[in-house]
Design a protein around this ligand. Structure first.
Ligand SMILES: [Zn+2]
Ligand SMILES: [Zn+2]
Length: 291
């Protein structure tokens, strides 16, 4: 293949994405992606299916996950790549997060019920199809029952911070997430760093702490990011000596602004994170599924 196209951040129906792992991989292949990471929230459930689809489509799948962490009382996302999916410590960390998510869903449902939403937990879990319940599943329920016209208004009026259906959640610590990823042979990346709306000094503090914990990379090019975001993160990646990642954070084909593989190239001054992935991840998956 002439050029490699990397997209190292995407979601399937195993978390809050709209496409099954197979459909996601097929779509990525159709858009010219040669290296895809499936990074569902706090679960590895889609990786085996995605691997089969990747083999079928002749593209490289990199094991991925997007871990919810709390750092300095701020909720952040850490993308992990290239780990062994059979690693027990990583799996138990994710189980803990799945339990936290279930408890959060119950609390959100109770709050929405107080606002007159009918059977929010039942509706949301139907949308989740037995998988992890996430806030977009509640958003769909709010839209169906006429409480919101679209996802944006569902979050703006009910689910976002400070709104009646918001539940503040304590996720795992960033340190524990990094330890688990590193123990499983993976690398850690700060997902969409500009989306947390940190001040400049908080951003520097975050990168310093992440680097001190052995974190490897930051997402420099992300879906929906502006050229200004790329420029700012490029400078910070260089300053903190971090590798750079590229990921669309694709969730749903309905969003015309974010497409698999449709991303600006990484600035040449940066070292791409895939240089740190030690060996073809396919092998790791093959080994662990043989157990
Ligand atoms: Zn995220
Ligand atoms: Zn994501």
């Amino acid at each position: 293949m002439a050029t490699s196209v990397y997209d190292l951040h995407a979601h399937s129906t195993c978390s809050d994405g709209a496409l099954s792992p197979t459909d996601l991989v097929t779509r990525a292949a159709g858009r010219g992606v040669t290296h895809l990471a499936l990074t569902d929230h706090d679960t590895l459930a889609g990786l085996a299916e995605a691997q089969m689809a990747a083999t079928h489509n002749g593209i490289e799948l990199i094991n991925g996950v997007e871990i919810s962490v709390t750092w300095q009382r701020k909720p952040l996302h850490i993308v992990g790549l290239g780990f062994d999916i059979g690693d027990p410590v990583l799996n138990s960390l994710l189980e803990e997060l799945q339990l936290t998510r279930r408890q959060r869903a119950e609390k959100i449902a109770a709050k929405l019920a107080k606002k007159g939403v009918k059977e929010p937990l039942e509706h949301a879990s139907r949308h989740a199809q037995g998988r992890l319940i996430t806030r977009p599943h509640f958003a769909r329920c709010l839209i169906e029952q006429g409480f919101a016209t679209d996802f944006e208004s569902a979050f703006a009026n009910y689910l976002g911070q400070g709104k009646p259906g918001f539940v503040s959640t304590e996720w795992v610590s960033m340190e524990n997430a990094l330890e688990a990823l590193h123990g499983a042979g993976g690398v850690a990346i700060i997902a969409h760093p500009r989306r947390y709306r940190l001040t400049h000094s908080w951003m520097r503090r975050l990168l310093e702490a992440f680097k001190a914990m052995g974190g490897e990379a930051v997402e420099v090019v992300t879906g929906g990011g502006s050229p200004g975001d790329v420029e700012a993160m490029t400078q910070l990646a260089i300053k903190f000596d971090l590798l750079a990642s590229v990921g669309s954070d694709f969730h749903d084909p309905i969003n015309p602004w974010i497409e698999l593989g449709k991303l600006a190239p990484l600035p040449a001054a940066l070292v791409p994170v895939w240089k740190a992935l030690s060996r073809p991840v396919q092998n790791k998956l093959a080994e662990s599924t043989l157990v």
